[in-house]
Design a protein around this ligand. Sequence first.
Ligand code: PMP
Length: 454
Amino acid sequence: MPVLGRDVRVPLVTGGEVSYAALDYAASAPALQRVWDEVAAYAPYYGSVHRGAGHLSQLSTDLFEQSRATVARFLGCRDGAEGDGDDVVFTRSTTDSLNLLASALPEGTRVFVFETEHHASLLPWRASPTTFLDAPHSPGQAVATLEAALRAAPEGPKLVCVTGASNVTGEIWPVRQLAGAAHRHGARIVLDAAQLAPHHPVHIGELGVDWVAFSGHKLYAPFGAGVLAGRADWLRAAEPYLAGGGASRTVLRGADGGLDVEWRTGPARHEAGSPNVIGAYALAAACRALSEAGFEAIGGREAELTGRLLDGLARIPEVTVLSLFGAEATRVGVLSFVVDGWNSSHLATALSAEYGIGVRDGLFCAHPLVRKLLGAQRAEPGGCGAPEAPGEQSLNAVRVSFGAGTPDEHVERFLRAVGELVRYGARWRYRTEDGRCVPDSERDDDNDRAALAR
Ligand code: PMP
């Protein structure tokens, strides 16, 4: 599946330019060529949704609702005219989706969440009593930990929030088993599928989850839409997430001089304001493209590249790949690592400046998890310096991630680059600016000599 950006060339600090190797799909994936083409074909027909009498407004409204139906098919949503099935709500992102669900929890709902979650899954529940679960060291331990916590919980509504695949380690969580545990103890479960959906089928019924949240920009559709899909009952009973036009059916001045508002039920209840029809259309186009390509083929190719990456990194003794589940883990195309004697920001900057490779460094919006994996309780300020003592572990990590359209060459270049940097050191000099590592732009003698050294 071709993606945009394959021919983009970027300058190297050491001179010349190379094709850009995008290896940061876990942050935002490039657009699928097909998504881009479909959006371009629709763009001239763009019009307002649910608002206009004109032909293009009608067309856009139809396409918006068809996009909803496509996403519902992609996720295997359950029908239910009376609100006992699933609703698909278009949001801005996974973060937005989980905040929407947090705002719709019945009074007194207790939330259960592993400390290993992305902040988008960890933080939205602040208004609810929350049980934080310790990081498990195997999928089996994850299920046992959840069971024990649910067993000990007081009566009342409960929600479990789990991530399908970690944005740090790429490891896949035992979602079906966690859903089973949740339901055995009368809890509901929401799946943060931000990292799982681009790589793996996410079928609500087969996984047995109650809701799924994901983002278009990680699913090759970077047009600002996300999804919350799942059981309609709590969503329809909740106050609208946003108050405004579209969510309200009628608004009258009441006898007391205030407003009497009748809110819509269904997805529109939480989609106030003009909907992002291009985002929804692009997201649906991505769902169609991934379904047609087939997750078996997508997963097979990714497993091959992941295997090559893990083998290549294992040959560099200074590299430690981060893992929670160890040998039991199955992964999507995401992995993080640290290198003895290297500050991760320095390594990531050198990969970009000297090899044209885009990766991410830091704590990846999953601070408790990365700190636990690194055995560190404080974050390292960015910057270029080597860790304080030689051989001391960096207090943040480098993440490499890939997916549709990643050629072998990007993975090979990455492994060669890490090997060369670790063995011979950076060719350029770097300095710290605003907490970030940046190449020293002055072409002084030292930099020139270092660039020529190999
Ligand atoms: N959950 C996970 C597992 C993620 O990786 C991310 C994004 N890094 C999010 C949630 C949040 O996604 P978004 O930024 O699109 O809201």
